[in-house]
Design a protein around this ligand. Structure first.
Ligand SMILES: [Zn+2]
Length: 275
């Protein structure tokens, strides 16, 4: 069956300066990050992979997102960028979004959950436990207000399935399309990629398993500002680095079978947006 994948930016952010974030450009102009989300159209339903920032975040940013995030990442807070606005803009009924598969539940990925309270939210078990019972420190990244509508959580565990050498979990049993949760732990306790097959080729949304396209191509070219930020927000360093190494290998060795992209790289996003 045919699957159509739309690439949406559901939350632009303008942190630091270009030079630190993209490795080139100006010291005085802000950097640019996107929140790369997917809207997958299958014959049965619509599925969102990540949700970026939602309408409630845009209307009440200080309470929902916190001053630390706002001053560091400087989100644009645009209603037009919210997933629900873009779903409507594409001519769909938001009620047809029946499933959401977040890569993880950090505030910049889970903000739009509350705009689709009827959807099942498929999460890898360790991530769900970390986010719904957060430590004091983790309350900066997992925002209880974003889960105040009591999402319809569906908790998933690994059960021995493999995908291109990675553990994988079929997110939505019974669906004709393949949407796989691929655990890539490190950035958070249960951080995962999400794989979907379109036109015979796999797309792997790597979430925050890496932050800049150079990391799955030429890691030495990683911009210094992003490198510092990445280490600052990691939960488990060793598995994070090991998973990055495996993604680099996947990108090089399986080029014909799979395309990788992460959540926040604007040039990766532009690749899909314009071509
Ligand atoms: Zn993120």
């Amino acid at each position: 069956m045919s699957v159509k994948v739309h690439h949406l930016n559901c939350g632009s952010m303008c942190p630091g300066c270009q030079r630190l974030i993209s490795g080139r450009g100006s010291w005085t102009v802000p950097g640019e990050l996107v929140s790369h989300c997917l809207l997958i159209e299958t014959s049965e339903s619509l599925i969102l992979v990540d949700t970026g920032l939602g309408l409630a975040d845009i209307h009440d940013p200080v309470r929902r997102l916190g001053r630390g995030f706002l001053s560091l990442l400087r989100p644009r807070l645009s209603i037009e960028e919210a997933a629900i606005s873009q779903v409507r803009g594409l001519g769909y009924d938001p009620r047809d979004v029946r499933h959401i598969v977040p890569t993880h539940l950090d505030l910049d990925h889970a903000g739009g959950l509350s705009d689709f309270p009827w959807a099942d939210v498929h999460v890898f078990g360790p991530e769900l436990r970390a986010a719904t019972n957060p430590s004091l420190l983790d309350r900066q990244r997992y925002r209880p207000l974003q889960f105040g509508h009591q999402p319809r959580w569906v908790e998933h565990q690994v059960q021995g399935d493999q995908w291109l050498g990675f553990e994988s979990i079929r997110a939505i049993p019974g669906l004709s399309a393949d949407v796989l949760i691929v655990p890539l732990v490190g950035h958070t306790r249960g951080h995962s990629g999400v794989a979907v097959q379109e036109n015979g080729k796999w797309l792997l949304h790597c979430g925050d398993a890496y932050f800049h396209r150079s990391q799955v191509d030429r890691p030495d070219e990683m911009p210094v500002g992003l490198r510092v930020f990445e280490a600052m927000v990691q939960t488990r360093r060793k598995p994070r680095l090991e998973n990055q190494r495996r993604l680099l290998e996947l990108a090089h060795q399986r080029r014909e079978q799979v395309e990788l992209f992460c959540a926040h790289d604007p040039e990766e996003f532009a690749r899909y947006r314009h071509g």
